[in-house]
Design a binder for this molecule. Structure first.
Ligand code: FES
Length: 214
């Protein structure tokens, strides 16, 4: 059994945590391109609250969710004038976090030039939007075959699972839960020996399906 410290080490992924620093060396899927329909999207990735959007010139952006002015959520912002405009006082951000307009400031203010809103790299591949939250230089976004092949039909699905990533991996290697959690009327019981690792040369799927007792 993991100690609390070991569990935290593996599952805390916010900025500055060991696992978070490691995972920030990779691109992560954050949205589907067809979700971006004239409205920004609120997303949480590696413990950070973000807004994903496509501006009125077609550019993709991923910014920190809270406006640099008074912390309003930018998911309620307006996509106009080449950026994302905060709904509260109208500050306008471009996809790189640069402030394009700062209404309400004196005309000769240079504050807007000195401030930068947190922004992250973003790319689209095969209809999936990926964000990179780590240090420069970003690695190349892998050309996953399921995202670049054009000789089939591509289906994209996502779901929210209310647990941390380590619990998902732990569940995948926990083969003994199969015979209880996934039993059906047609597969009421499984033999322990049949669930254990397959014999050399045996296909796992064949072994499992042939081991279901009617
Ligand atoms: S809170 Fe966003 S512009 Fe004021």
């Amino acid at each position: 059994m993991l100690s609390r410290e070991e569990n935290d080490l593996l599952t805390r992924v916010g900025p500055g945590t060991p696992a978070g620093e490691m995972l920030r060396r990779y691109w992560h899927p954050i949205a589907f391109i067809n979700e971006l329909k004239k409205r920004p999207l609120r997303r949480r990735l590696l413990g950070e609250d973000l807004v994903v959007f496509r501006d009125d010139r077609g550019r993709l952006g991923v910014l920190a969710l809270r406006c640099s002015h008074r912390g309003t959520s930018l998911e309620f912002g307006h996509l106009e004038d080449g950026g994302l405009r905060c709904c509260y006082h109208g500050w306008l951000y471009d996809v790189g976090g640069k402030i394009l307009e700062m209404p309400g400031e004196p005309a000769d203010s240079t504050f807007w030039q000195r401030l930068r809103h947190p922004a992250y790299q973003v790319q689209e591949l095969g209809g999936v939007i990926f964000a990179y939250l780590g240090p420069e230089p970003a690695p190349l976004l892998p050309r996953y075959d399921v995202l670049v092949r054009d000789d089939g039909v591509r289906a994209r699905r996502a779901r929210t699972v209310n647990c941390n990533f380590f619990q998902m991996i732990e569940n995948s290697v926990d083969q003994n839960h199969l015979k209880w959690l996934h039993r059906t009327a047609k597969t009421p019981t499984w033999d322990d020996g049949e669930i254990n690792p397959p014999l050399p040369g045996k296909d796992t799927r064949t072994l499992i399906s042939s081991s279901c007792r009617q």
